[in-house]
Design a binder for this molecule. Structure first.
Ligand SMILES: [Zn+2]
Ligand SMILES: [Zn+2]
Ligand SMILES: [Zn+2]
Length: 140
């Protein structure tokens, strides 16, 4: 947007850029949850909804808390590349652990809740169904 409005014939040159919400977000961005995550996501995240270089479909918004280091990573590959140690899996009985972070709304879900549904219990956003295919990487 070009803002040139001569006020009374005097051109006011405003050099301080007006900071406003970026309009460069993809059009499929959900508009009500745009927030920078308050959790530190490690690994190769490529956006602030926890998509990574390995998984970056529209629904690849989960980050996982790894029990070995209690750090958040977007996926197993991210952990493997960056953590410097072998990943541990959550043991059986850890269902109450809030180890799943929704990148859309930045809220956590317990493992049990996550495994019982395929949408975020907070914002209702869908998770990638395909994650179930490699649940063994994360859960015992
Ligand atoms: Zn780890
Ligand atoms: Zn990854
Ligand atoms: Zn959510």
């Amino acid at each position: 947007m070009i803002r040139e409005r001569p006020a009374g014939g005097v051109l006011v040159a405003r050099r301080t850029p007006v900071r406003r919400r970026s309009s460069a977000l993809p059009s499929n961005h959900s508009r009500n949850t745009r927030m920078i995550t308050t959790h530190t996501i490690r690994g190769s995240a490529i956006d602030d909804e926890s998509r990574c270089v390995h998984w970056h479909g529209p629904n690849d918004v989960l980050a996982i808390l790894f029990p070995c280091c209690r750090e958040w990573y977007p996926c197993h590959d991210c952990h493997e590349e960056s953590a410097g140690h072998l990943a541990a899996v959550w043991p059986e009985g850890a269902g109450a652990e809030h180890a799943m972070l929704c990148g859309r709304c930045d809220r956590t879900t317990s493992i049990a809740d996550y495994r019982a549904t395929s949408t975020c219990s907070h914002c209702g956003g869908p998770f990638n169904e395909g994650c179930r295919l490699h649940a063994h990487l994360y859960f015992a």
